[in-house]
Design a protein around this ligand. Structure first.
Ligand SMILES: Cc1cc2nc3c(=O)[nH]c(=O)nc-3n(C[C@H](O)[C@H](O)[C@H](O)COP(=O)(O)OP(=O)(O)OC[C@H]3O[C@@H](n4cnc5c(N)ncnc54)[C@H](O)[C@@H]3O)c2cc1C
Length: 427
């Protein structure tokens, strides 16, 4: 493949999401016409699956691509903390799948329930079977309810929210914050890493605190972290809690949640009663990965061959995004899911064509976090495949971190979201 063969998505100066991915990977020329070179079924229309479906069409052209997603619309986790904080509405972070259909992706709204790896068939709830030459599994995360007693019942009863999958849960947490009286206690519990979006809980604390400071100043926010310290942008978040939200936010490390009783959080060493209890549950790869026998690492995450994202347990099945056991310093992020999807799409087209895959892929990640309605900060990393160790490693001297949150980065963060939605969903 030649670099000049790259199909160019519509992006501007700062929109490096697609271009980095495209430049970093050995991409394929757009192909169209002629008989289908293969059937690829993609499960999950989130950041990983949607991007894979789009780029399989963009780079494969005559690959037959079917996307199976349970939800009617895409709701973004990135920026969903702004909805929790009341700075944005759910409609602002919701998008449709029409763009993907317009580029030739067949969309099936349904629940994938079983994979027959040997027969190369995916079964949907209701019994429909979809045959595939290659399957992409990008189901995101599901929760380990057995790790926290009473949690599933409290969530079902609506006493507690997780809001760690954007949608109705995000709206429910917002409603609870609005209903809380001034002087109330909000508690957020954070599970042990690895979990989806390392800086996400601390961003959420800042945005809820910004709301409370303005609307309910006598209230308190407890951030109960199972980890020994803040997991991302530590010094920057510590400063935000100390300087912007002093007296309002209290951060407690080594505070692992064991059990939930209504809005009582039972931690390892103390019990905390909250008026609004937001539990971010311990996580693992999505249910379909477990059903298909793809969860090879710690019975939680999926091992992959990093050159193709093909499962180490199931030939012909590629796994992407949060469901994957990460390489060192690789976050579970939308940006990373989007990058892995491009790597997989390029590799799948090459495998279907009988060509060699790129032996030296690179991936990059940027995560923005808001600390107030309009100020954000970022962290970036660059990851290069190491053929000796068959994994990705960060490139020495690459990456970076904001010196301080600021309004310009707040605007970049909003632009980043618009661009990654456009890139993933072909908008
Ligand atoms: C509050 C919050 C803030 C975040 N902020 C950022 C950020 O600023 N930047 C960033 O890069 N990342 C951020 N993230 C992380 C990001 O959202 C995830 O890393 C990303 O969504 C992972 O993509 P994915 O494709 O693996 O999973 P998802 O995006 O969750 O997609 C999985 C999809 O699969 C579907 N699905 C699952 N199982 C089935 C099935 N059996 N049948 C049919 N459909 C199925 C689901 O409905 C879902 O649509 C944030 C996360 C949270 C919770």
């Amino acid at each position: 493949m030649r670099r000049s063969d790259l199909a160019e998505p519509r992006f501007g100066r700062r929109e490096f999401v697609a271009t980095l991915g495209a430049a970093a990977l050995s991409a394929c020329a757009t192909k169209s016409g002629g008989p289908s070179i293969g059937r690829v079924v993609v499960v999950g229309g989130g950041f990983g699956g949607a991007t894979a479906a789009r780029y399989l069409k963009l780079w494969g052209g005559n690959v037959d691509v079917t996307l199976v997603e349970r939800n009617a619309a895409f709701v973004s986790c990135p920026l969903s903390n702004l909805v929790v904080g009341g700075q944005r509405a759910l409609g602002d972070i919701t998008r449709g799948y029409e763009g993907l259909q317009a580029v030739g992706v067949k969309r099936v709204q349904g629940e994938a329930v079983a994979v027959d790896v040997a027969a190369r068939k995916l079964r949907l709830a209701g019994g429909t079977e979809l045959p595939f030459d290659r399957l992409v599994v990008a189901p995101g995360i599901d929760f380990q309810f057995d790790e926290v007693g009473g949690l599933e019942a409290a969530l079902d009863a609506g006493q507690v929210t997780h809001a760690w999958k954007a949608g109705p849960q995000t709206a429910a947490l917002r409603r609870q914050l609005e209903s809380m009286a001034d002087g109330g206690v909000v508690a957020i519990t954070i599970p042990r890493a690895p979990y989806r979006c390392p800086p996400g809980p601390y961003e959420r604390a800042c945005l809820i605190a910004a709301y409370l400071q303005r609307a309910k100043p006598r209230s308190k926010l407890l951030l109960l972290d199972a980890n020994p310290e803040i997991q991302s942008k530590r010094a920057l978040f510590e400063r935000a809690f100390e300087e912007r939200y002093r007296g309002l936010v209290e951060y407690r490390p080594n505070a692992e949640l064991r059990e939930v009783e209504g809005r009582l959080a039972k931690l390892e060493f103390e019990d905390v009663r909250a008026d609004v209890l937001n539990v971010i549950p311990p996580q693992r790869a999505g249910d379909l990965a477990r059903q298909a026998g793809l969860m090879t690492i710690n019975r939680r995450w999926c091992g992959v061959d990093w050159l193709t994202m093909e499962s180490t347990a199931a030939p012909g099945v590629h796994v992407l995004g949060d469901a994957v056991f990460p390489a060192a310093l690789m976050p579970k992020s939308a940006h990373m899911a989007n990058q892995q999807a491009k790597l997989a799409a390029a590799a799948i087209v090459q495998l279907l064509e009988g060509e060699a895959v790129n032996p030296a892929p690179m991936l990059a990640n940027t995560c923005y976090s808001f600390v107030s309605a309009d100020e954000a900060m970022h962290v970036t990393t660059v990851h290069r495949y190491d053929p000796a160790e068959k994994t990705f490693k960060t490139v020495p001297g690459s990456g970076g971190l904001s010196a301080a949150p600021n309004a310009a980065e707040g605007r970049y963060a909003l632009d980043w979201a618009q661009n990654i939605w456009a890139d993933s969903l072909a908008l």
